[in-house]
Design a protein around this ligand. Sequence first.
Ligand code: TYD
Length: 210
Amino acid sequence: MSGLFITIEGTDGAGKTTQIKLLEKYLRDKGFKVVCTREPGGTPISEKIRDIIIDKNNAEMTDITEALLYAAARAQHTSEVIIPALNDGGIVISDRYLDSSIVYQGFARGMGEKLIKGINRYAVGELEPDITFFLRLKPEDGILRKEKQTDLDRIEMEKAGFHQRVYDGYVRLSKRFKDRIKVIDALESVEEIHDHIVAYIDELMKKNSI
Ligand code: TYD
């Protein structure tokens, strides 16, 4: 595979979408073929699976069902979109990938990293992002800031704990995979964050002679 696989990770509301658009423009302006995609989703089948996962009416969904659905969506996404684009020499930018499952299902839901990695072996094969940006936003600086304005009820309290575990999980992963996962402070300005991302990408492309 000759392309470049970039993933963007972070807690909800960290500004991933804005940064993906800016990075896409930067790379297109340089003449690269760029495919922007997202998880869960990215293909018609995966988008249907996404609808099942996020449907509020599916409250009875078990943790294992959820984890398998994310992996199923990822399997289709990997083989239908990501691998062909990379084989074609393109640059793929994915809003979330396997790290999301490790952090949300493995750490935050408490299913464990080993189980999640095992399930996802069928979905990702040998594919690993070349570089991952973790837009770091503390829960209290994001979603929870809003919730603090009102009294937290039991469910909101649970949500707060969940978001904290997601945050802690990303911090843990990024410490372990320092070479691949670049941590960027999401409280910096849009321009500053973009500049950091571009600096890392330029360095990686130089290293890989792209
Ligand atoms: P989405 O609306 O795309 O959230 P965001 O804009 O924050 O990316 O919904 C995706 C949600 O699914 C998000 O809360 C993270 C979660 N998720 C997992 O729990 N596991 C996964 O493997 C993936 C890809 C996402």
